[in-house]
Every structure is written in structure tokens, then in C-alpha cells.
Design a binder for this molecule. Structure first.
Ligand code: PLP
Length: 455
């Protein structure tokens, strides 16, 4: 790319190592610099406007220009810009937020614990689970079962829980005590003619076999996203969660629901756990908790988790875990205002009704020659592209078609994200039906433009 030596693009290439980016390719093509946001739109440095069809990173529920969140942050900054919750200290925003989250929980929960990212929250979940097993005198009960294609973050422990190769290759992961079971993706993984229910039964049997092979007394917990997000927006088949939970209950295994994407309305209910009747012992939340205006995440734990943990902290003298910025007062104040907005504006209802429209519009593309599957629920959806519809195989190599269409879509003014050949749609919860139409129309145009390049 040709740029001025001191342009933002050139300085970005010179100084900035990007997340989730091919660093050598970045040296050639440089960044897309986003300067401004407004509702569901963002604008790049050249003034080009985009529909942000990913709500940033599945996160900006209230849109990119919510003054009330700015005001909430400013008020709290002026009053108490920082305080912590170590050694019995507290402050109003964190207490108010803990109370709010416990009261909103889809199942009875005992306490909220605060962290700064989804990864930290899942790391914390793993540590709490191990701590609890030790507290209960079950030091061998340490294995945690996750799923292939599940996404739980990138720290050493959470990247181990994540079931995607790129998060583990060359990082010497996963660590010990993490196991992965099958992905509930009917389109890809069901046998020919297998119903959703039969596929779900087979996945539950696979889980049970894994538990029995390891020894049930060794297995402490199972973690899953109600709908898999970064693994390609995988909506589980009918009866999946019911059958998985029956197996976990049979062997006294804790359930962690990773609601980092689903939480706060995404699936058309406040929590994905409500959409799929999931009853977790630990519920992990982040992203839409503050619309990502500031980093904050949280875990809700029930009494089964809290009571032994509290006893162990009493035995040792402290619960030796916590982050400097965990429950940061400014982030907590913003989260509280954000949750108020989600409720006042009934954004969960909007996700449900506009979600029905988005799912319908996306499914109209199911017959397109490059579309393998359309899936989703509420305001999270995905279109998986294929080179050969019958064989469900990619064009050229995996990810080539997804990258091509995503590039064309961006030219058409929509920012999506391709996970290999699957393009995701996860717009801000404030999106209208008309804006959904604009987004899907631009996507259809990109698909059609790709056809002559592919054939
Ligand atoms: N869990 C889920 C379900 C996620 O989607 C993500 C991020 O996308 C994470 C955890 C990790 O969150 P973070 O990127 O804040 O560490």
C-alpha cells in the first residue's frame, strides 16, 4: 500500500501489533481506521459509513453514540474515578451492579464477582471450580469439559477451553485438565438423515462416554455458550441442552453458561439460558453488560459454588483472587446505565421482533448457489458459504469464499466478520427492520458479485 510516511496507516503498520490479524499481511494492506460511531453505523477515516453488522465484537447493544453512557461515566469519574473491592472494600456502583445482576439472573444466584474481560471471567470460573473441588475434599475432581469450536477467550486457561485450532497452535495449548466434546452443529456433524433430536441424543451419549472414560469423580464442570458465537454461530439442535444437562446432573458436574455473547438480549430473551432452558451454576457475562463502552465482565455463582468457596477462603484466610480493576466504579456505573437503557427501551423485545425479521430475510438467501446454510436466533445469525452446495465443500480452500464475500460486503458499506466461510450478523440491539433490510440487501449484492469470480 502507498501511504504518507507519517499517516495514521503508516504509523499503525510501524507501531501496532493487531489482535487476530496476519501480521505480515497487515504490513502490506494496513488498517481500516474507524474514526466515529453513530447508532448502528461507524465511519472510517475517509468518511465512508458502514453498518456495523457485528456490533463491534458482538457487543455494542445500545449503538455507538449513547450519550447517557457518556454522562454516567463522566458523573462517576468526577465522584470516584477508581476504587477496588479487595480486603472488604466496596463502592456504590459495584454494589448496585452486583445486586442488579443477581436480581436479573435467570436462575437463583448467590453472588457476583467482577472481572474485566470474557477471558478473565472464564479463567476465574476455572479457578473457582478447582478451589471448590479442593474445598470439598475432592482434589482429583478438576477436569473441565468444553466443546470443539466453543469460544471462551484467549488467556492460558480460557484459550484451553476454547475449541478452535488458531487459539492453540504454537501456543502450546491446551493445558492439562481440559477436554473437548462434540460440536452441536447439525448441518456439518449430523449423520445422513439424522433428526435434530437424534443428533442431540448422540452428542449427549458422546459426553457421557467421555465422562465415563475419564472417571466421573475426575470431572468437575462443563462449559458452553448457549449459542456458539465465534465458532460460527452454531444454534444447538432441538433437545440438546435438555439432554446435556441430564448427563451433567447424573454425574454431579457443574454447568458454566458462557453468556458473553448471548447475555442481555441477543437471542431475544435477556439470557440465552432462558431461550434454551439452561440452568447453570456459574453464569459468565461481558460485552453487552456495558455495550463494551468500558471493559467489565462478571460471573454469577450459585450457593453450590459460593458456600464451599467461602469456607475455603475462611480456612486459608482469604480468597486469593481478584483484579485491580475488577468491578471498576466507572465501568460499573456505565454497565448499570446500559442495563437501564436495555430495559427502558425494551431492547430485548426489539431483538425478538426485529430478530424474527432478520432471520426471515437471511433465510431468503438459503437458495442462493453460494449459500450452504443460514442459521441463527434473535439478533444473531450466520450464513455459511460453500463452493459446492451438494457436497457442502468450500470454494478453493476453506475461508477463501468467506474472505471474498466479506471484502465485497465491506465495499458495500457493511462490516461483518467471516469465520472461515461463515459470515456472522450480530448488529446492535437497537437496529430497525429497515436497517436490517439495508444490511441484508448489501449482503445479497455481495453474494451476487462473488458468483462470476467463483464460477
Ligand atoms: N466467551 C465468549 C462466548 C466470547 O465470545 C468471548 C469473546 O468474543 C470471550 C469469552 C472472551 O472475551 P474477551 O475477548 O473479552 O476476553
Amino acid at each position: 500500500m502507498t501511504t504518507q510516511p507519517n499517516s495514521a496507516e503508516a504509523r499503525d503498520i510501524r507501531y501496532h501489533l493487531h489482535s487476530y490479524t496476519n501480521a505480515r499481511k497487515h504490513e502490506e494492506i494496513g488498517p481500516l481506521i474507524i474514526e466515529k460511531g453513530d447508532g448502528i453505523y461507524v465511519e472510517d477515516a475517509s468518511g465512508k459509513r458502514y453498518i456495523e453488522a457485528m456490533a463491534g465484537l458482538w457487543s455494542v447493544a445500545v449503538g455507538f453514540s449513547e450519550q447517557r453512557l457518556v454522562d454516567a461515566a463522566t458523573r462517576q469519574m468526577k465522584k470516584l474515578p477508581f476504587y477496588h473491592n479487595f480486603t472488604h472494600k466496596g463502592h456504590s456502583p459495584v454494589i448496585d451492579l452486583a445486586e442488579k445482576l443477581v436480581s436479573m439472573a435467570p436462575v437463583p444466584m448467590s453472588k457476583a464477582f467482577f472481572t474485566n474481560s470474557g477471558s478473565e471471567a472464564n479463567d476465574t470460573a476455572m479457578k473457582m471450580i478447582w478451589y471448590r473441588s479442593n474445598a470439598l475434599g475432592q482434589p482429583q475432581k478438576k477436569k473441565i469439559i468444553s466443546r470443539k469450536r466453543g469460544y471462551h477467550g484467549v488467556t492460558i486457561a480460557s484459550a484451553s477451553l476454547t475449541g478452535l485450532p488458531n487459539n492453540q497452535i504454537s501456543f502450546d495449548l491446551p493445558i492439562a485438565n481440559v477436554l473437548h466434546t462434540g460440536t452441536p452443529h447439525h448441518y456439518r456433524d449430523a449423520l445422513a438423515g439424522e433428526s435434530e433430536e437424534a443428533f442431540a441424543t448422540r452428542l449427549a451419549e458422546e459426553l457421557e462416554q467421555l465422562i465415563l472414560a475419564e472417571g466421573p469423580e475426575m470431572v468437575a464442570a462443563f462449559i458452553g455458550e448457549p449459542v456458539m458465537g465465534a465458532g460460527g454461530v452454531v444454534v444447538p439442535p432441538a433437545t440438546y441442552w435438555e439432554k446435556i444437562q441430564a448427563v451433567l446432573a447424573k454425574y454431579d458436574i457443574l454447568l458454566v453458561a458462557d453468556e458473553v455473547i448471548c447475555g442481555f438480549g441477543r437471542t431475544g430473551n435477556m439470557f440465552g439460558c432462558q431461550t434454551f432452558d439452561i440452568k447453570p451454576d456459574i453464569l459468565v457475562m461481558s460485552k453487552q453488560i456495558s455495550s463494551s463502552y468500558l471493559p467489565i465482565s462478571a460471573l454469577l455463582i450459585n450457593e453450590r459454588v459460593y458456600a464451599p468457596l467461602a469456607d475455603e477462603s475462611n480456612r486459608i484466610g482469604t480468597f486469593g483472587h481478584g483484579f485491580t480493576a475488577g468491578g471498576h466504579p466507572v465501568a460499573a456505573a456505565v454497565a448499570l446505565e446500559n442495563l437501564k437503557l436495555i430495559e427502558e427501551r425494551d431492547l430485548v423485545g426489539n431483538a425478538r421482533t426485529v430478530g424474527v425479521h432478520m432471520q426471515k430475510r437471511l433465510r431468503e438467501l438459503a437458495g442462493h448457489e453460494l449459500v450452504g446454510e443460514v442459521r441463527g436466533v434473535g439478533l444473531i445469525g450466520a450464513v455459511e458459504l460453500v463452493g459446492d452446495k451438494q457436497a457442502k465443500t468450500p470454494w478453493k480452500n476453506a475461508g477463501a469464499l468467506g474472505g471474498l464475500v466479506n471484502g465485497l460486503l465491506q465495499e458495500n458499506g457493511v462490516i461483518s466478520r467471516n469465520m472461515a466461510d461463515t459470515l456472522a450478523f450480530c448488529p446492535p440491539l437497537i437496529i430497525t427492520e429497515k436497517q436490517v433490510d439495508d444490511m441484508v440487501d448489501a449482503f445479497k449484492k455481495a453474494l451476487d458479485a462473488a458468483v462470476p469470480q467463483v464460477r
